[in-house]
Write a protein that binds this ligand. Structure first.
Ligand SMILES: [Zn+2]
Length: 635
């Protein structure tokens, strides 16, 4: 078995991209030079309605999520907004972080909820959720009008005054950002123009709020979590072509965070992960809108550093919501409170932006890893989501309650599970990029091009793309050859193998006149390997292709407070200390019983474990990391 570190993973992908490959007549390298000026030739996603999911696990998960969204009612969602605006509401308020005394109220009800229903409407044509979204926007607009100054929140401005006065307060701008983002999603994805007007009013209030506050004072205030305020304002500036919002976005820039990253220094230790990833998304968007390459350097360095020096095999980072250790030192960090789910959501948002600048396959490899290992599987059958992702052996998955939690991770979760189609295909000019292997159909009407992707990946080690093209036209289809596959990867066009395939960790560019009925089939062999924990070569996770393999450790706790968490808590109470690590008896601790069916066994101290892809772990206890036999290097 090969052993890799997280750094190797990204390097492998990068090396593949840099080497390129032999260039037969019609197949040309997909390597892009440095992206040109922003906006010129970026690789960009298709509009959401252009891609539909085919049958399979992603569609099933999206439907469970939509059912959960459907269970929420607009009167209850609007309750605290109405009370704040002085409008009567007799609705029963939701609980948890949305209860009427919690300082984060409104973040889900008027924010994530709008984003999620807008996404569900655009990706799946869910008209019921769209009209719910319209109702909430209408209700919010009424509250804003009543407030009279552009302000819109489910709590009074007093919490923003606390921020000015340096009094303790949770995160008022974080909440404000979610609402702005939800409104912008309703505008962009469903065409609700009232939502844009409300968002503009909110932005003007922000500008006014900072009047008379010195730069130094403002920097002190920015130590309190403010989510993606910079991102929302850049997006608003781009949508409205109004410079003033870009100026307001710059009010949310922190030299103390951005300067070290611009100088490629990792000073992240001690910082709260999910407070800071959204700032990088904002920086990435600033690069795209202003062309200032410093923002790009910040975003790229941050992403590379977090994914290599600070992430676990599942493709996410953090302990107790923070970066608690020095870079490359995750030893001793496995517990219940690993890898807050929001952080993965935000890292993936950043990955798809950074990918668009270079076409570097490693960012889509990273996206795939997070999607399969720490997004898929973090929702139960009722559409309830995880908060933490325990990585100590013997723990299990726990989820929020339906009406009495409304965590941040409930919010990013309902968005994630409504947008699985957003990264499968990208485009550049008339070229198409096939980034992810998910059963789906791309219907690019302007180009008369349809691509139907059929696959049960990762059960199936490959995928098939069927092309309908009218008229027949020369174009390049770029397909990702993932960093985890082998030299035996094969690509066939209309059943005929190509002479050369791109190295693992790059895109294969296939340029030809595409005709109706053409097919591309990819065979992407997976192999078993281990990946060590950063800073501790004696601890490793087993991986198979992009999948983290988890040991099934038997029956988890029964339904109840250990599995469904209510109120403001984010983890079960009274957790017993688990083993932390599985103990591997020797170098051959994992073996493949039947690769095709993904049946693998792991041995630990006389016990045999079934190894499953992490996303297939549901109610069981599980283990991801193994203590290798001391002194023996795995090879
Ligand atoms: Zn969260």
């Amino acid at each position: 078995m090969n052993t890799h570190t997280r750094r190797d993973f990204l390097k492998m992908s990068a090396a593949g991209a840099a080497l390129g490959f032999a260039t037969p007549a019609v197949f040309t390298s997909s390597l892009l030079a440095e992206a040109g000026e922003p906006g010129s030739e970026r690789i960009v996603p298709f509009p959401l309605g252009t891609v539909r999911l085919g049958p399979g696990i992603f569609a099933e998960q999206a439907e469970a999520n939509a059912r959960y969204l459907d269970s929420l009612t607009t009167a209850r969602l609007l309750h605290s907004f109405r009370l704040t605006a002085g409008i009567t509401s007799n609705a029963k308020p939701y609980g948890g972080w949305e209860s009427p005394t919690v300082e984060l109220r409104g973040h889900f009800n008027g924010g994530h909820y709008l984003s999620a229903v807008a996404l569900a409407s655009a990706t799946a044509g869910n008209s019921v959720l769209k009209s719910r979204g319209d109702e909430v926007v209408g209700g919010l607009a009424q509250c804003q009008t009543k407030n009279g100054n552009g302000y819109l929140s489910a709590f009074p401005t007093g919490l923003f005054e606390h921020l000015v006065q340096g009094k303790e307060v949770w995160a008022p701008f974080y909440t404000y950002h979610k609402i702005m983002a939800g409104l912008l999603d309703m505008y962009v994805l469903t065409g609700n123009t009232e939502a844009l007007k409300v968002a503009e009013g909110m932005a003007r209030w922000v500008d006014h709020y900072f009047e008379g506050i010195s730069d130094e004072h403002r920097q002190r205030m920015l130590r309190t979590e403010y989510g993606g305020m910079n991102e929302a304002l850049v997006n608003l500036a781009e949508l409205t072509k109004k410079q003033q919002y870009l100026d307001t976005a710059r009010l949310f820039e922190q030299p103390s965070i951005l300067d070290p990253l611009a100088a490629r220094r990792d000073e992240l230790q001690g910082l709260h992960a999910n407070t800071n990833v959204p700032k990088m998304i904002g920086a990435a968007r600033m690069y795209e809108v202003t062309g200032d390459a410093r923002y790009r350097r910040i975003a790229e360095y941050f992403l590379e550093e977090v994914l290599t020096a600070r992430s676990y095999a599942i493709g996410n980072t953090s302990l107790d919501e923070h970066w608690t250790t020095a870079a490359d030192q995750l030893k001793g960090s496995l517990g219940w409170t690993n890898a807050e789910c929001c952080v993965a959501y935000n890292l993936m948002k950043l990955e798809r932006l950074v990918f668009g600048w270079t076409g570097d396959a490693r960012w889509m490899d990273a996206y795939e890893r997070s999607m399969f290992n720490c997004r898929l599987g973090t929702q139960n059958a009722q559409g309830l989501k995880q908060y933490f992702f325990p990585l100590a052996a013997g723990y299990w998955r726990a989820y929020h309650s339906a009406e009495d939690s409304f965590w941040c991770c409930t919010g990013t979760g309902v968005e994630e599970f409504a947008k699985f189609t957003d990264t499968i295909y990208f485009r550049r000019g008339s070229d198409v990029y096939v980034n992810q292997f998910i059963a789906s159909t791309l219907d690019w009407k302007e180009e008369g091009l349809k691509i139907e992707q059929s696959t049960t990946f990762p059960r199936e080690q490959g995928t098939t793309l069927k092309i309908s093209a009218t008229p027949a036209k020369v174009r390049t289809v770029h397909v990702r050859i993932p960093g985890w596959t082998t030299g035996a990867a094969e690509v066939k066009v209309n059943g005929r193998p190509l002479e050369a395939v791109a190295d693992p960790g790059s895109y294969l560019a296939i340029r030809r006149v595409w005709k109706d009925g053409d097919t591309i089939s990819l065979s992407l062999p997976m192999t078993l390997r281990t990946e060590t924990l950063a800073g501790d070569d004696s601890v490793a996770a087993a991986m198979y292709g992009p999948l983290v393999l988890a040991a099934d450790m038997g029956v988890g706790p029964p339904d109840g407070p250990s599995k469904i968490i209510s109120g403001r808590a984010t983890m079960p109470e009274g957790l017993a200390k688990p083993d932390v690590l599985l103990k591997a008896p020797g170098p051959d601790w994992v073996r493949t019983e039947s690769a095709g069916e993904m049946r693998l066994k792991g041995a630990g101290e006389g016990t045999q474990y079934d190894l499953l892809p992490m996303y297939e772990i549901r109610d069981q206890k599980y283990g991801v990391y193994w203590q290798m036999e001391s002194g023996k290097k795995q090879g």
